[in-house]
Design a protein around this ligand. Sequence first.
Ligand SMILES: NC(=O)c1ccc[n+]([C@@H]2O[C@H](COP(=O)([O-])OP(=O)(O)OC[C@H]3O[C@@H](n4cnc5c(N)ncnc54)[C@H](O)[C@@H]3O)[C@@H](O)[C@H]2O)c1
Length: 266
Amino acid sequence: MRRFDGRVAFVTGAAHGIGRAIAIRLAAEGAAVVVADLDGEAAGALARTLAEHGGGALATHCDVRDREAVRSAVAAAATRFGRLDVLVNNVGVAGEWDFEKAGDDEWAQQSDPTLGGAVRCVQEALPHLLRAPGGGSVVSIGSVNGLAAFGGEAYSAAKAGLVSLTQNLALRYGRRGRELLGTGPGWVRFNLVAPGTVRTRVWEGRPEELESFAKQYPLGRVGEPEDIAAAVAFLASADAAWITGVVLPVDGGITAGHPAFFYDLR
Ligand SMILES: NC(=O)c1ccc[n+]([C@@H]2O[C@H](COP(=O)([O-])OP(=O)(O)OC[C@H]3O[C@@H](n4cnc5c(N)ncnc54)[C@H](O)[C@@H]3O)[C@@H](O)[C@H]2O)c1
């Protein structure tokens, strides 16, 4: 029996990078996976690959900035699979940012998909997650940028917001479902994985930068998408049944202390 046999997972931003690795990992552990992404073509290709390997899979073109798109993607998932057990809020948007010059649009460009998108997805998925037979589970992808200052105020503040959202919703929905639904089990666990630098297309064309980052990491390398997927699978699974409201840095040790005190970083 695999950890996600019979379960359905909805993963946002699942067509590339970390989201893709999460979708593949959950599918390998038995989940039917909803590959929700702005890039409908790549989402479709991944869903076909997962299906070829025997898993249930559904691709949905879904922009997490758009409430209606999220609503209809969740509805399509529920219609297709009849349930929703796991939501992974993986979409996050970083980019060029100058605090002194940025206006409201630049702020919203990064904060809205990163934090607002997660709120929309949770709100739309919640009625299904509360009905999940073993309890629902939400795992959001934060960042070490949400735990300490690494630059990029709009992105980082949105990631810090995800931490607070995770903690608040963990308390709100730990046992409230039964009260809301009038029937059990009816709880949802909320946890967050905070990655350090992970080798995805966002670093494409910047190998020197990645190499110099690697020296800063106590474990001597940057992360791979599969490092993050493994942690997400744990927190989403019944192995983490008594874990809610936590922030798990998956960061090669970068937030543990000050590497400069231990290593020559030149
Ligand atoms: N790569 C890193 O170094 C790193 C570090 C810390 C945290 N993270 C976080 O991990 C997550 C994934 O990052 P990644 O590096 O895999 O990025 P990526 O660009 O490789 O993948 C992001 C995916 O999200 C999709 N997407 C973007 N905007 C969307 C929207 N509005 N609606 C739906 N889908 C959308 C993209 O099409 C893409 O498939 C993000 O939340 C990011 O902030 C990444």
